[in-house]
Each structure stands twice: as structure tokens, then as C-alpha cells.
Write a protein that binds this ligand. Sequence first.
Ligand SMILES: NC(=O)c1ccc[n+]([C@@H]2O[C@H](COP(=O)([O-])OP(=O)(O)OC[C@H]3O[C@@H](n4cnc5c(N)ncnc54)[C@H](OP(=O)(O)O)[C@@H]3O)[C@@H](O)[C@H]2O)c1
Length: 314
Amino acid sequence: MTQSGMTDTGMTDTGMTKARTVKTGMTEAGMTENGTTTAGAVAAGTVADGAVAAGAADRAQGAGRVEGADRVGRVARARATEAGPAGAAPDGARAGLRIVVLGASGMVGSRVTREAAARGHRVLALARKPASDDPAVTPVAVDARDPATLRAALAASRADAVVLAVRTEPADRDFLVDTARTVLDAAARTGARVLVVGGAGALRSPGRPELLVADDPAYVPEDLRPVAAAGVAQLRAAQEHAHGDWVYLSPPALLEPGRRTGRYRRGGDTLLTAADGRSWISAEDLAAAVVDELESPGSERHVTVVHREGPPAA
Ligand SMILES: NC(=O)c1ccc[n+]([C@@H]2O[C@H](COP(=O)([O-])OP(=O)(O)OC[C@H]3O[C@@H](n4cnc5c(N)ncnc54)[C@H](OP(=O)(O)O)[C@@H]3O)[C@@H](O)[C@H]2O)c1
């Protein structure tokens, strides 16, 4: 991913003296680990967080088609139509944002960080062990289990937006909910927009709008229900919070490292399925959707995205 002419040192002017800054160069170790995990889950027909059972995609396909009229992701309209570096922001989009990514070393967070930096935003990359040699990215070591430190980091960041992309193994519902509340509390004080990268389980089940994916045994096997429930609890925490400027982005069922196509389809709060019958997106395209959502905020509180095929190669 190329840089967009960023020459300053990102958010180092935020006065974050308490947090230890790590500048050891970008490591792919976390992503490799996550990629392996996710790929294994895909092969098994389930996804760690989306927890979709094999065969459920067939059922989901109809709903995906029904929702085919959903808005095509803005990235598809405004940016590159094929894989490649992100282009200039579309008209009306917010440029030069200061973005905090909490969970910046993870599968999603690392890609959001790179996508945002490549588009000329400045990123404060928060995790327990963050690392980046990108001048537009400032890694800050923060343990979110210490809310006071997290609050201080967020307050000092003067961020326009905070992306919450934290995950634990096994799923720690209380920690995830508490962290969401801490982020929303801080954002309410500073006026930052919050984007929670949540779970597919919080979406409505295709064809059964009264049922959440998390509660649908066709999608979520018993042993993965706690993971799905934790994502739902994060959504509820946001819905109950007084801060009004947030959006919860549910990935589709399958989310795995892959190729940045710059294309996706965006929907509301029902699980979407791609044209190939699978409910999936690459983590790279999800990251593009996250940054689109920050640059051009929509009015919906709960959205999802899914892979979108492009025109066949000439
Ligand atoms: N289909 C789906 O619905 C689906 C699939 C995958 C992911 N997701 C969701 O996407 C989001 C991101 O998941 P992911 O796969 O990117 O997770 P991941 O690769 O496991 O990364 C988790 C991130 O959280 C950070 N983290 C964990 N504990 C922390 C703590 N105490 N303090 C600070 N940072 C902490 C980790 O950094 P350190 O370890 O360095 O602290 C890491 O950056 C999650 O909400 C997950 O549920 C949804």
C-alpha cells in the first residue's frame, strides 16, 4: 500500500507521553497468525466470530439476492474498481482525519490502519503490542483492560474517529462490552465518531427477520454462540449509550485476509450474501468499507458489507 504523501509523524503531537510507543517496524506476524486461523475456519465451514455453519450460505443466498438493491459500497463508486492503492477521496468525503484504531495489530485493525494511512489520514494505532514504521501511523501500547489508560489515550488523541476492532480468544463478553462503553464515553466527551467492527451474529437472519444470526442454529453452532452473543452485547451497549455518533459494522459470515478489490456491497442489518452464494468479504475490502464509513458517514447505526464481483476481465 503506498503512502499518499504523508511526511509528518502522524499523531505524535498528541501529548501521549504515558503510553509506550513502539517503532520496531511493521510485523506481519499477527496477520499471518490470524490468516491461518481464519482460513482454517473457512475450510471447516465456520467463521470464528460469524460462526456460520456449513450449508447456511445456501439458505442465505436468497436473502442476498433479495437485498441486491442495497447500496453498492461507496468505495465501488468513488474509488478504484480493481485492486490497487486507494485513490483520492470522493467529493464531499472527509479528508485528513485523525483516526484511532483500537486493535490495530489484529487482522482487521492492521488493514484499517494501512487503508487509512494510504488515504492520507493520520492513525493512532492502539494495541498491547502495536508496531508500524509508517510515518502516518503512531503505534501506542495500551492495554484496554486498564480503562484509565485507554481513556487517557483517547482523550489525548484529539481523534475525529475511533475504530474499535478488539477481539479476545476466548470471547470475553464483559471485556468487549466494557471496552465499547469506555470508547463511547471518551468519544462523547471529545465528539469523535465511533465505528465498532462487530460480528455477523448481530445481523438479522436472512428470511427470518425476527431472528438474529447469533440465535439461528442454522448459522451458529452451539459452541460458537458465546462469541456471537458477545458481538450482540457490544451492539446493545452502543444502542444504550448516550453518545449519538457511532456505527456498528457487521462483517459478513466469512471474513478472511485476501485481496483488496475496492468493491463491496453495503447493506443494513440483515446478513448479505455475495453472488457466489457465500457470505464473505476480504479483510482488505472490509477495511476499505470502514474508512469509507468514516470519510462519508451514513445515517444508519447498523450496517454490513459483502464481497461484490466486478466485471469479468477483458
Ligand atoms: N465474521 C465475523 O463476524 C467476524 C470475523 C472476524 C472478526 N470479526 C470481528 O472483527 C473485530 C476484529 O477482529 P480480528 O479478527 O481483527 O481480531 P484479532 O486479529 O484477534 O485482533 C484483535 C486485536 O485486539 C487487540 N487486543 C486484544 N486484547 C486487547 C487489550 N486488552 N488491549 C488492547 N488491545 C487488545 C489485539 O492486540 P494485542 O494482542 O497486541 O493487544 C489485536 O490488535 C472483532 O470485533 C471481531 O469480533 C468478525
